[in-house]
Each structure stands twice: as structure tokens, then as C-alpha cells.
Design a binder for this molecule. Sequence first.
Ligand code: ATP
Ligand code: MG
Length: 198
Amino acid sequence: MEEDIRRIGIMGGTFDPIHHGHLVAASEVADRFGLDEVVFVPTGQPWQKADEPVSPAEDRYLMTVIATASNPRFQVSRVDIDRSGPTYTVDTLRDLQAEYGPKVQLFFITGADALQRILSWKDLDEIFELAHFIGVTRPGFPLSDKHLPADTVSLIQVPAMSISSTDCRARVARGEPVWYLVPDGVVQYIAKRSLYQR
Ligand code: ATP
Ligand code: MG
């Protein structure tokens, strides 16, 4: 019975751009939790970033596809970028659950910084019914589940990658390299589309 249930990780993010911190976290969680696949879900308009300029969804989607293409267990979903309006995780989980059907167990992967802010998320009770949460370590942020209901979250340590998309964008704007912070194909895509200039 149990073997029929597919274990699917979900890695939501703005991915502006996707970097090796995201990829290592997803890979590590997939290994530790025996996930069949991890679905990367670039946000549409992130409600937490409503006053910050965000790159076009199609660019963020394509960078995510480029970064994950070589891993057969990594997928990318358009559910959030194809839905209009701000992205709420509860909608992401509802849509993916509907798409995958009843024979899946969803695991939502989130870094320590995002986990700290989770109480402000819309429809939190339903979110916890739809997915088990996995909080991963991120340099500079304490990892804690004290603010969350028991048995909703697992906390794990992943290799420390002191990388953020904010820093990658600032580096490109200053003309500094992002080689080895993001996958090679993403470096080339950023240059080709002149992202983060100025
Ligand atoms: P920005 O600086 O634009 O906010 P970011 O680097 O935080 O970008 P996001 O797209 O906001 O990346 O993050 C998506 C998810 O990945 C979040 O759950 C975040 O906590 C997690 N994450 C991002 N970077 C890391 C990292 N270096 N280590 C572990 N988790 C990370
Ligand atoms: Mg972030």
C-alpha cells in the first residue's frame, strides 16, 4: 500500500535568480526523505515582495528549468506563474495536489528565514493539512519550530551555502561575478537577457 504513494518535494521560491543554495537544499532533502522528485515552483507575484521589482516570471521560470535540467528527479511547475494575482502557498499546494491526485504525499521545503515568517501565511491550517513541512538551515537565520504546531515540521541541517538571490543581483549590477554561485547556464542566461543590470 505504502509503496504506491509517491513522495513529492515542493520547493517554492522567487528564484530571481535560482542559485546553488536552493539546489543543495532540494537535493539534500530529497536524499534524506527518500523523495521521488522535487518540484521547483517559481512564484507569480510574491505577496511578500509586492514593493520590490521582480524579474519577469518567464525569465525566472527559464532559469529554474536551466538549473534543474540535468537532474532527472528535479521538475519545474508553472502553476504559480500561470495563476493571476499574488502567489499564496495554499493555492500552490491545492493545485499540485489536484494535479498529482490522491496517491502522493507532499513535502514543502523551506529555508530557515521563510520558516520564521510562516505564521503570516494565508490559510495556515489548510497548508499543514496539505503538506508536511521541512525546514532547512540557512546561514544567518536561526532554525526553529517553536512557533509551529507539533508534528507539522521536520528540521534538518543542510550544507551551509551563504548565497542569496539578492546578493547575486547586486553582484551582477556591480559587474562582479556570479560564477559558481549559480549554475553556469544561469550565468549565461543572465548575461544574454541583461538581467540585473544597473
Ligand atoms: P531573495 O534574496 O531574493 O529573497 P533568496 O536567496 O532568499 O532570494 P528565495 O527565492 O527567496 O531565494 O528562496 C526560496 C526558498 O529557498 C526559501 O524557502 C528560502 O528560505 C530558501 N533558500 C534560499 N537560499 C537558501 C540558502 N542559501 N540555503 C538554504 N535555503 C535557502
Ligand atoms: Mg528570500
